[in-house]
Design a protein around this ligand. Structure first.
Ligand SMILES: *Cc1c(COP(=O)(O)O)cnc(C)c1O
Length: 382
């Protein structure tokens, strides 16, 4: 049954007096559209957190991806390698430019693109690759960047789910040429709707600013040398981002703790469930806690059971190449994508969750998995 009154929601953003105070300043100052000091402040502070020089705030993460691809000159006739295991916006942004998304499989250990899955798909038409740091787990960026350099490909990180994740201590968003974040309400920090492109290249940043604002010449008002977009973030939204950012790392630590508690609390289920390891040298932002079922047949019943207990959960993404706009678009089989997308369940993962909440959720999970009562005692008492 559909239940919109979940006691335990998948996502629940922390919003409080800090956000309210900055929103009030926007209203008091009459600065509610995209002019205003919070946009620049958020761009500067967020890009610094990514160890990137420039940030260009945009209306959402999908706009960020489209703006990045346009700015790099992608268009009809070009191929862009993307994972099929992602939120559909990654592929849609490629389509908006007229380029063709080419679907690659993921590494089953990380659920991310890897050199092994990308390299065989490179053709003379391939111009770019979009590694997606799925669920907060970073891709092998040193490997992908090396491959891209050898084959002259652009790299655009889709870091919409991975703010603050690192590879050898270096944050995602600092590896590709232009890297994209989302601040949708369920992401690691939120502006309601919002996104950002970050880059170390001043020329790319300037071009993105022009394209973001109707293609207007920055030195000649209302002169538009090209067809741009209105992809701006508002000062109101940026104010939320400024208020959220100082707490980002603390929330990531909480999300990491939540994932580790799910592993521990569900351990009595034995090999009926399994979890992905964190690849050595990387730090996941643990955006969403993923549990994989050894036997995918019971998944839908388990989702129903959790829902009936007031617990919101959801299956992992459908492979994008199974969705109507992209059906048949994969040229090679994508076994890891197909497999994991049938087995995966995402559990509530937001920083408001307590130990007691996680115990309730795990207890219901154990009961719902083929009616097993495995967790009685183990979950509730631990
Ligand atoms: C959320 C998300 C996006 C899109 O972000 P919006 O802000 O919702 O447009 C893109 N890619 C991935 C992987 C996402 O999870």
């Amino acid at each position: 049954m559909k239940n919109n009154n979940y006691r335990y929601r998948l996502a629940d953003p922390e919003l409080g007096s800090g956000e309210l105070e900055l929103l009030t300043q926007c209203i008091d100052e009459g600065m509610i559209s995209s002019q205003g000091r919070f946009v620049e402040q958020f761009e500067a502070e967020f890009s610094a957190a990514c160890q990137a020089k420039y940030g260009v705030a945009v209306a959402n993460g999908t706009c960020a991806l489209h703006l990045a691809l346009e700015t790099l000159g992608l268009g009809p006739g070009d191929e862009v390698i993307v994972p099929s295991l992602t939120f559909i916006a990654t592929a849609n942004a490629v389509r908006y430019t007229g380029a063709t998304p080419v679907f690659a499989d993921v590494d089953p250990q990380t659920l991310c693109l890897s050199v092994r899955t990308v390299e065989p798909l490179i053709t003379r038409k391939t111009k770019a690759v979009i590694p997606v740091h799925l669920l907060g787990q970073p891709c092998d960026m040193p490997g992908i960047c090396r491959l891209a350099r050898e084959r002259s490909l652009h790299v655009i990180e889709d870091a919409a789910e991975a703010h603050g994740a690192t590879v050898h201590g270096r944050p995602v968003g600092s590896f590709g040429e232009i890297n994209c974040f989302s601040f949708y309400a369920n992401k690691i920090i939120t502006t309601g709707e919002g996104g950002m492109c970050v880059t170390n290249d001043a020329a790319l940043a300037n071009r993105m600013r022009v394209l973001r604002g109707h293609g207007m010449d920055p030195h000649r008002k209302y002169w538009h040398p090209l067809v741009g977009y209105n992809y701006r973030l508002t000062n109101l939204q940026a104010a939320l981002g400024v208020a959220q950012l100082p707490r980002m790392n603390q929330w990531i630590e909480k999300r990491r703790w939540i994932f580790s508690r799910y592993r521990e609390l569900l351990a009595p289920l034995g090999d009926a469930v399994y979890f992905l390891p964190e690849r050595s040298g990387t730090k996941s932002a643990c955006w969403m806690s993923l549990v994989l079922l050894r036997d995918p047949a019971g998944r839908d019943a388990l989702l129903e059971h959790l829902s009936s207990e007031g617990i919101e959960s959801r299956p992992l993404f459908w492979p994008v190449h199974h969705l109507p706009p992209y059906r048949g678009a994969a040229t090679a089989p994508l076994p890891a994508t197909e497999d994991v997308s049938r087995r995966g369940i995402l559990l509530p993962s937001h920083p408001k969750l307590t130990e007691a909440d996680l115990e309730v959720i795990c207890h219901a999970f154990g009961a719902g998995l083929a009616g097993r009562k495995i967790l009685e005692g183990s979950c509730a008492n631990s």
